[in-house]
Write a protein that binds this ligand. Structure first.
Ligand code: MTE
Length: 333
């Protein structure tokens, strides 16, 4: 694999220009890491990723309102080293654009993210459609540095920007009968080449219990690394639920519906025995086809490196463990 060592296409703003937290890598460190991981992480798309890395991918630019501060929500900042922007924006799962990790960055340029609105409906007192511009202003934008653990066994650390989903849900006043929240995402056959394919049932739908959705760690995100979300990461607005496997973090949201019944979700419909509704990160409950006890950090752990241990609730147990008190997490996987 090619390791770049020149400056010309290194155009990513340094994190130090974005945030006072001095934990992001500088360029040299990034190159060293890439070299250390040069054996690859053993996943499918290095060739495609490299092709993307060489042609500077278009960057979406700054967010209108940059966060003034790192989040004060307990547990919302990990001190682990963030994954590079390059890795986080070229190694993606976004099946509407294809099933290869390089496909979302490669195939999403025609997807239109403006104008955009999100409808919030169902069991609420004040159903409402929010234009993106209004959504952006609803809560104070914060930076949160979350681990994201994918069900496939890899993880990243990403500085997201947004605010707690609870702030939006409070605006619409959930009714007492609301028990769950369903998240419906964009499904545009014209600009999303895999919508209509048999890979999943479209639109991609996810769900949370209402108390999970109201938990302060559940983030409605508009940006990452101090910039607008790239399309491949779920522009213009997505969810990030850091204690659950990555597929619960639905991208490019168009509708949020409060319901009494548990929503059927895209992955649960496609393989119910493999993907449950809860999907909390849990090293003690294996996926039927592989162990979930360990993970490989993208960009850091090479193919032959010892994998790192996966933490219960992805390391957010102190914050969210009480949501599941008394539940059999093998049964409710
Ligand atoms: N959202 C939509 N609409 N479609 C998808 O295919 N993939 C999920 C999730 N959200 C997906 C989605 C999966 S499997 C993961 S691991 C995360 O997005 C990946 O987010 P990232 O690419 O920003 O790291």
């Amino acid at each position: 694999m090619l390791i770049r060592n020149d400056d010309k296409d290194w155009n990513h703003a340094r994190s130090s220009e974005i945030t006072p937290l001095g934990v992001y890598q500088d360029r040299r460190q990034w190159i060293r890491q890439l070299a250390a991981g040069a054996a690859g992480v053993g996943l499918t798309s290095w060739a495609g990723r490299d092709a993307l890395a060489q042609g500077a991918t278009a960057r979406p630019g700054k967010l209108p309102a940059l966060p003034a501060a790192i989040s004060k929500v307990a547990g919302a900042v990990t001190m682990e080293k963030p994954t590079t922007y390059q890795d986080a924006s070229t190694y993606n799962n976004f099946y509407e654009f294809g099933t290869d990790k390089a496909d979302p960055a490669r195939n999403s340029s025609r997807f239109q993210t403006s104008p955009w609105s999100v409808e919030v409906e169902g069991l609420v007192k004040q159903p409402r459609t929010f234009a993106l511009e209004d959504l952006l202003k609803l809560g104070a934008q914060e930076e949160r540095i979350y681990r994201l653990r994918c069900v496939e066994g890899w993880s990243m650390v990403i500085p997201w920007i947004g605010y707690s989903l609870a702030q939006l849900l409070k605006q619409v006043e959930p009714l007492g009968s609301a028990k769950y929240v369903e998240f419906v995402t964009a499904a545009d056959t014209k600009t999303m080449p895999y919508v209509g394919s048999g890979v999943l049932e479209w639109p991609y739908v996810e769900g949370l219990r209402l108390d999970e959705a109201m938990h302060p760690l559940t983030l409605l995100s508009f940006g990452m690394y101090g910039e607008i979300l790239p399309k491949q990461n779920g522009a213009p607005v997505r969810l990030v639920v850091p204690w659950k496997y990555g597929f619960k973090s639905s991208k490019s949201l168009v509708k949020i519906r409060l319901t009494e019944a548990q929503p059927r979700t895209a992955w649960n419909k496609s393989a119910p025995q493999e993907y449950g509704f809860y999907s909390n990160v849990n090293p003690n409950v294996d996926h039927p086809r592989w162990s979930q006890a360990s993970e490989r950090r993208i960009g850091e752990d090479g193919l032959f490196a010892k994998k790192r241990k996966t933490l219960m609730f992805n390391g957010y147990e102190a914050q969210v463990g009480q949501l599941y008190a008394g539940m059999d997490l093998k049964k409710f996987y």
